[in-house]
Design a protein around this ligand. Structure first.
Ligand SMILES: Cc1ncc(COP(=O)(O)O)c(C=O)c1O
Length: 453
């Protein structure tokens, strides 16, 4: 009877917005789910080789105890809160950015959001103009702009400028746009290249921004992971009238899943009001206990600041060693990072061989590397590069963060030799994964399609 009823029910046609057809589920999330599943079991019978996961950018450490404890202590806070965030947190963020990043903000210029991803999307939704995205870029800027039906201008960056945006490239993009205002997303330190801009480079970009009416979304979510923080300069300091600085708890404080981001806006009442209209009509407010936990993250507590310095040193060490090992592989070029936890790796030297053995684009190559070498990389097409560009993002965080941090504090490796020994002892999946890549390309160089070992 029930069966018949179901059978008779007509399937309803649901019409969907067509502009979403061209947007895929973010490759980093898709590959992360895939590797989690594969880690339980390889599809090849009898295979027990581990998987090496370099396709996802999550801090490997637990958040600082002070933030976790504050979350626990505030679990009873359950009321809706002001959309912009609690006053204490907005003030703490403003003070933090003024002290540490040398901004000149007031608490009223700070908005708290569920992740910096959300505030970037809202900023795009309220501002007019083409979106200028330097590439290779973070995976989410393009889909965000496309969801909002905005025009996008990718700006291809080059090795000779260390994959940094130059004033000439920015000016050219502004001249190509039909609008009289443009929105630049400037990610510094950069995901995926690890580049960090100097003060002079930012000043030169600010000159072009002023000349061509370019608003900057300065995505500085990796700021406190800068390997030499004394060299990090915020675009909010250089171009305060046109920059919205975004950040949060996810990367330097390792609490991505808490979903708390911040935006520090120019002192522009209408812009802030429009952002709050969208925020209030979509997410209402960030979860109350999380806002109180974030207060501990932005109050300059000594232990939290030390945590960020220690973990940035670990990223610096692993990034430098991983870049060195990758650059030692014949025909492979990797960027040397100055912040964050990513490298940008170029396999294009092997483009002809890869195409000859049937791997016609970078997504095919990355799929094949997972199958054959159990090694996951994020393909260049997700970084807004052409499909046949064989460049990838390599996240160097596949290790047990808590064990590494504890041993780092105990051993305090300082010489190059000590740090290399530390890397080999505590980051075996990264070390071995790079050897897998080397073995793979040695076969490609011989014109062979590599096979599962
Ligand atoms: C460059 C960049 N910007 C923004 C984000 C988003 O961070 P959040 O967790 O604050 O949304 C990420 C996260 O991967 C990122 O890599």
């Amino acid at each position: 009877m029930i069966f018949n009823l179901f059978n008779k029910r007509k399937k309803m046609e649901i019409k969907l917005e067509h502009h979403l057809d061209s947007i895929a589920i973010p490759a980093n999330l898709r590959i992360n789910d895939q590797i989690k599943k594969y880690r339980e079991k390889c599809s090849k019978i009898g295979c027990h080789r581990p998987y090496h996961h370099f396709a996802f950018g999550q801090s490997p450490f637990s958040p600082p105890a002070e933030i976790i404890n504050a979350l626990r202590d505030n679990a009873n806070k359950h009321s809706y809160l002001p959309t912009a965030g609690i006053a204490e947190l907005r003030k703490a963020v403003s003070d933090y950015y003024n002290d540490v990043f040398k901004l000149q903000s007031q608490a009223r210029q700070v908005i708290i959001s569920p992740g910096s991803k959300e505030i970037i999307s809202i900023i795009l939704s309220v501002t007019e103009g083409d979106v200028l995205i330097p590439t290779p870029s973070w995976v989410s800027y393009l889909p965000q702009a496309l969801i909002l039906k905005k025009q996008v201008q990718p700006i291809r960056l080059h090795e000779d400028s260390h994959f940094k945006l130059t004033p000439a490239l920015l000016e050219k993009a502004a001249n190509n746009s039909s609008h009289d205002q443009h929105i630049l997303i400037l990610n510094n330190p950069n995901n995926p290249t690890g580049a960090v801009y100097t003060e002079d480079e930012l000043k030169a970009l600010a000159t072009i921004c002023r000349k061509h009416n370019i608003i900057v979304i300065a995505d500085e979510i990796y700021a406190r992971t800068s390997f030499d923080f004394s060299k990090f300069i915020s675009m909010g300091k250089i171009f305060p009238e046109g920059t919205i600085v975004t950040g949060g708890l996810s990367k330097d404080r390792s609490a991505g899943g808490y979903r708390l981001g911040i935006g520090v806006f120019p002192d522009n009442e209408k812009l802030i009001k429009d952002v709050l209209i969208v925020a209030g009509s979509t997410y209402s407010c960030v979860a109350a206990p999380i806002q109180y936990a974030a207060l501990a993250g932005f109050s300059r507590i000594e232990a939290v600041e030390k945590y960020m310095t220690d973990t940035a040193r670990i990223h610096a060490t692993i990034g430098r060693i991983a870049a060195g090992l990758l650059n030692n592989i014949h025909g492979v070029k990797a960027t040397v990072p100055y912040g964050g936890f990513y490298l940008y790796v170029d396999f294009n030297e092997y483009a002809e061989e890869l195409k000859t053995i049937g791997l016609t684009n970078c997504a095919n190559l990355c799929e094949h590397l997972i199958e054959v070498e159990h090694t996951a990389l994020l393909p260049g097409n997700s970084l807004l590069l052409p499909e046949d560009d064989f460049s990838v993002r390599f996240s160097f965080v596949d290790y047990d963060g808590d064990a590494v941090l504890e041993n780092w504090k105990r051993e305090n490796p300082s010489s190059e030799q000590e740090q290399t020994a530390f890397f080999k002892a505590y980051c075996p999946l990264i070390n071995q994964g790079i050897q897998n890549i080397e073995r793979y390309f040695s076969q490609v160089a011989e014109g062979r399609l590599p096979v599962h070992a």
